[in-house]
Design a protein around this ligand. Structure first.
Ligand code: ATP
Length: 306
């Protein structure tokens, strides 16, 4: 479990992380979502004790990272895609890391298999492709069989196969009861991977909700209605919270009324319908709207925060 309380980080006059309070629970994949510069990497660095908070605290499994005697077994992290620039082979790199925790060859070979690097384990890691480097970074993160796994933008630069592989891996780790915390700036990616979302913009917490709840809140449902009696139908459906637009003759786009209500009212009035389709705003749209508002808000109040 990861617990951040009022966590803040200031770089000069820039508040990169602004009083973030959240808990990342075990057993699910939690997506850490925000546009570029939102403060995700900074937060992750503070979780690992690589950056000192300006304010607040963050704990991993109940303690500050630095207070753990066996950090590799508590939290495994991949922060940078190309963290491994080395003349060592992938296996030797992992053996060297493992040696700090009494982790031996057997576990090293296990994680090499787990990430699909067996064929190249003896090769120089410095010559690895981005995807292979990413797999090696994940192998290192998993080496200590940690209860918490944290990955910063793990799908960046990966091909579709690699992306699918990471998704499956994350789901598997969560299903084993681990805490899985993954950052991304792509809603579409998180929609396919995460169960829970922590959304940040300009260092601030914008949402801390299940993906299902985010989807439910986001989906401004619009109902497309076709009728040869569209004008009469429009009069019938009009109301204070109802918006009706129509692009072409016989077509109405209705928001503010459920599809069933529209159908029932049309039937009661004896109006014919040729189409009744509910369409949902995409998650990407909802995410953009949410973070755009944060940017505008932060811009408007910049004077107060500096
Ligand atoms: N070492 C640093 N010195 C000064 N400013 C920094 C430093 N690290 C980050 N920042 C600033 O803090 C803000 C948050 O950056 P951060 O990298 O945490 O965001 P991010 O959400 O991870 O973005 P990205 O998706 O681009 O990686 C940015 O405005 C960035 O320029």
């Amino acid at each position: 479990m990861i617990e951040a309380r009022d966590l803040s980080k200031r770089y000069g006059d820039r508040l990169a992380v602004d009083s973030l309070t959240f808990t990342v629970a075990p057993g699910v994949v939690t997506g850490f979502l925000g546009p570029n510069g939102a403060g995700k990497s900074t937060t992750m660095r503070m979780i690992l004790g690589l950056d000192a908070p300006t304010g607040g605290t963050v704990r991993v499994n109940g303690r500050r990272y630095a207070d753990h005697r066996d950090p590799l077994r508590q939290i495994g992290a991949l922060l940078e895609a190309k963290a491994v620039h080395t003349g060592r082979s992938a296996r030797d790199h992992l053996l060297a890391l493992g040696a700090t925790h009494g982790i031996g060859r057997r576990r090293v070979d296990e994680v090499i298999d787990l990430v699909g690097l067996r064929e190249v384990a003896g090769k120089r890691a410095g010559g690895f492709s981005l995807g292979m480097g990413q797999r090696l970074g994940i192998a290192a993160a998993l080496l200590g069989d940690p209860a918490v796994v944290m990955l910063d933008e793990p799908v960046n630069g990966l091909d579709p196969d690699g992306i699918r592989w990471i998704r499956g891996l994350l789901r598997g780790l969560a299903a084993e009861g681990r805490t899985v915390f993954v950052s991304s700036h792509l809603m579409s990616e998180m929609a396919q991977t995460a169960d829970h979302l922590i959304v940040v913009g300009r260092g601030r917490l914008l949402a801390d909700v299940s993906l299902a709840e985010f989807t439910r809140r986001a989906s401004r449902t619009t109902v497309r209605v076709r009728s040869p009696q569209a004008a009469a139908l429009r009069d019938l459906l009009a109301g204070p919270d109802v918006t009706i637009t129509g692009g072409e003759p016989g077509l109405l786009e209705v928001s503010g009324l459920r599809r069933e209500v529209i159908g029932d009212r049309a039937a009661a009035a004896g109006l014919t319908l040729h189409e009744l389709t509910a369409t949902e705003a995409s998650l990407e749209e909802a995410f953009m709207t949410m973070t755009r508002d944060a940017v505008e808000y932060a811009g408007a109040t910049a004077g107060e925060t500096r």
